[in-house]
Design a protein around this ligand. Structure first.
Ligand code: 2HG
Ligand code: ZN
Length: 459
């Protein structure tokens, strides 16, 4: 292994001395994930300012067999973007360029370090919209959202990040650059590298820019919070809303304990005088006001216990705060165990009802607290458990077993990262994992690109 000082000097020769940070006090924020559950250390945080510099850094690390963790806004939730094994951290934040928007195609090319909010702003300024949105939009980057194939609240309407990526520019492990940013919608010329890189968690290449498709902006938007006595009626109503309203853009579920926690942690007033078992946050958007249609559909759902409706942006944002504040509010209780899972629609209500009992049945978890919420329109539940030791993964195992037993996925949208790699076989067959390993070996033979995530270690 190259001596530390030599590596730092050679990295500095590529990106400039001030863009190689070795002071542990300064790198500390890049070495711990957003939840505080995953914490490591790095010999160097490298901040290249161009694709050529990224390529030169990666080529150097490949030659010297130095492992690299790419990092964007560091908002990942599965320990996949922090140096848990002393890797070099390669920050893409300086590649933050966006635009110009191509007004004819409705596309924009964005650098990996641009935030998702930057893309929203650029799209809106040109009369378009970006189809992916989630609460960490102001920090999460385009590169990170592609590496994790981020989902969020609008997958229901526009699909996940993969569905927005028309082309990518990426640096491969040997330092070569693949770039296909022309933006052709139909282009059947071989393997689709954007699909491969979306969700690859930095293990196959480092995305440096992407060509993103934009969508038509909605002139009118309405948000409603519906209260139900329990999860069953809420899940049934979600399915009915999907069937009845083509303008549906978001369909989010949370339970009463989560609502109470958000109100307490963020100082919000409860939305309804009474407490209810489950809540659905519904948003519809389109060229004409969806309020009448939403009111009619909600009026036909017999077991809605209470409703709050908002059309103006201030009141809509207040309703969203009850949902978007959950992650932040849960973190006030200490590092949570986060299990982002996907269930077949028909098993969703049963899963939501069974999880809390499965958690407290685990040894030493009797006083753990379970918080359930998520994108119910996509069958995506965020199981958060607090009150557990960060490295005690018995609850994780029990919940993921339950998910797999119900035919679900152990990761709906956050990825596998470090958190779930030991359970990959619950969702993927031996043959699939062997194919993953073959792809990894072909593209990164020295194993330097985020080598400790996604694939389980070979025993
Ligand atoms: C969300 O939907 C994010 O808010 C975070 O995916 C989920 O905190 C979580 O578990
Ligand atoms: Zn989510």
């Amino acid at each position: 292994m190259i001596p530390h000082g030599d590596l730092v000097a050679r990295l500095a020769a590529v990106v400039g001395e001030r863009h190689v940070v070795t002071d542990a006090d300064v790198t500390a924020g890049s070495c711990v994930d957003w939840t505080g559950r995953y914490r490591g250390a790095t010999p160097a945080l490298v901040q290249p300012g161009s694709v050529d510099e990224v390529a030169a850094v990666v080529a150097l690390c490949n030659e010297q067999r130095v492992a690299v963790v790419p990092q964007g806004g560091n908002t990942g939730l599965v320990g996949g973007g922090v140096p848990l094994d002393g890797e070099v951290v390669l920050s893409l934040r300086r590649l933050g360029q966006v635009g110009p928007v191509d007004p004819d195609a409705g596309q924009v090319t964005a650098g990996a370090g641009a935030t998702v909010a930057d893309v929203h702003r650029a799209a809106a300024a040109a009369g378009w919209a970006y189809g992916v949105d989630f609460a960490s939009r102001d920090s999460a980057t385009v590169g990170g959202s592609i590496a994790t194939n981020a989902g969020g609240t609008r997958v229901l309407r526009y699909g996940d990040t993969r569905a927005q990526v028309v082309g990518v520019e990426a640096v491969l492990a040997d330092g070569s650059v693949v770039s296909h940013l022309g933006g052709l919608v139909k282009d059947n010329t071989g393997y689709h590298l954007p699909s491969l890189l979306c969700g690859s968690e930095g293990t196959l290449g480092i995305v440096t820019a992407a060509r993103l498709r934009l969508v038509a902006p909605a002139a009118e938007r309405v948000t409603a919070l519906l209260a139900f006595s329990a999860t069953g009626p809420a899940v049934r109503a979600a399915s009915m809303l999907r069937r009845s309203m083509g303008s549906l853009e978001a369909l989010e579920l949370f339970l009463d304990n989560g609502l109470g926690l958000v109100c307490e942690a963020l100082g919000l007033t409860r939305p309804f005088p009474d407490r209810h078992g489950a809540y659905l946050l519904v948003e519809a958007a389109g060229p004409s006001d969806p309020l009448d249609q939403l009111s009619e559909v909600v009026g036909s759902i017999h077991d809605v216990a209470d409703v709050a409706v908002a059309s103006d942006s201030v009141r809509r944002a207040q309703l969203w705060r009850y949902r978007d504040g959950l992650t932040e509010a849960i973190n006030t209780l200490g590092p949570p165990h986060k299990l982002d899972v996907g269930l077949p629609a028909g098993r969703l209500a049963a899963f939501l009802d069974e999880v809390p009992a499965v958690v407290v049945a685990v040894p030493e978890a009797a006083s753990a607290r379970t918080w359930l919420f998520g994108h119910v329109g996509d069958g995506n539940v965020h199981v958060n458990v607090t009150g557990l030791a960060p490295d005690d993964d018995r609850v994780d195992a029990a919940v993921l077993d339950l998910v797999a037993g119900m035919g679900g996925s152990i990761s709906a949208e956050h990825g596998i990262g470090r958190a779930k790699r030991q359970w990959l076989s619950l969702s993927r067959s031996d043959a699939e994992i062997a194919a993953f390993r073959a792809i990894k070996a072909a593209l990164d033979p020295a194993g330097i690109l985020n080598p400790n995530v996604l694939l389980p270690p070979i025993a």
